[in-house]
Design a protein around this ligand. Structure first.
Ligand SMILES: [Fe+2]
Ligand SMILES: [Fe+2]
Length: 176
């Protein structure tokens, strides 16, 4: 724990305990997003798969890097990153959409839903720490920038390969 660093955040009026809980929720989302992308890249089939798979692999690596950043910040603030995968499920906001249908077009839509949820979550977190905790704020801003890029990447693929109305077609999204 960075004693002085934590004290500064507290002095700025942040409830550090509550912040750690929110960061752990985002951390759980990142691990689930990582696995959803990682395993999606393994199972994807169909005409869109060759274009989608490299994107899924790149996003997986970036979600894992987001989890690493969040874990470091949680520790700096005196917290402990979620220690078990079961707890990811209890903490998650964005959930896990099982890629039970390996059709790449369905995977794309599931992952797009996850990205939009992540953008929403990080927007709220940024609002919470704005002007009070610059370190967490800067980290979240960088993560959020990549989530916005992920959303754009998936939208571009969707429109290019599936047509203008791809968002209107059924997502097949279920699970938590
Ligand atoms: Fe992420
Ligand atoms: Fe993402």
């Amino acid at each position: 724990m960075g004693m002085k660093g934590k004290e500064m955040v507290e002095r700025a009026g942040i409830d550090v305990h509550a912040l750690i809980q929110l960061l752990n929720k985002a951390y759980s989302d990142e691990w689930l997003a990582y696995y959803q992308y990682w395993v999606g890249a393994k199972v994807a089939v169909g005409p869109l798969a060759p274009a989608l798979i490299p994107e899924l692999e790149e996003h997986a690596a970036e979600e894992l890097a987001h989890a690493q950043k969040l874990a470091s910040r949680i520790i700096q603030l005196g917290g402990t990153p979620v220690l078990s995968p079961e707890q990811w499920y209890r903490e998650t906001t964005c959930g896990y959409l099982t890629p039970s249908d390996p059709d790449a077009a369905k995977l794309l839509k599931q992952n797009l839903q996850g990205e939009r949820c992540a953008i929403e979550i990080y927007g709220k977190l940024l609002e919470l720490v704005k002007g009070k905790d610059m370190i967490t704020g800067n980290m979240i801003r960088k993560i959020m920038e990549e989530e916005v890029e992920h959303e754009q990447d998936l939208e571009d693929l969707g429109y290019n390969f599936l047509g203008d109305d791809f968002e209107k077609k059924s997502c097949g999204c279920s699970d938590k």
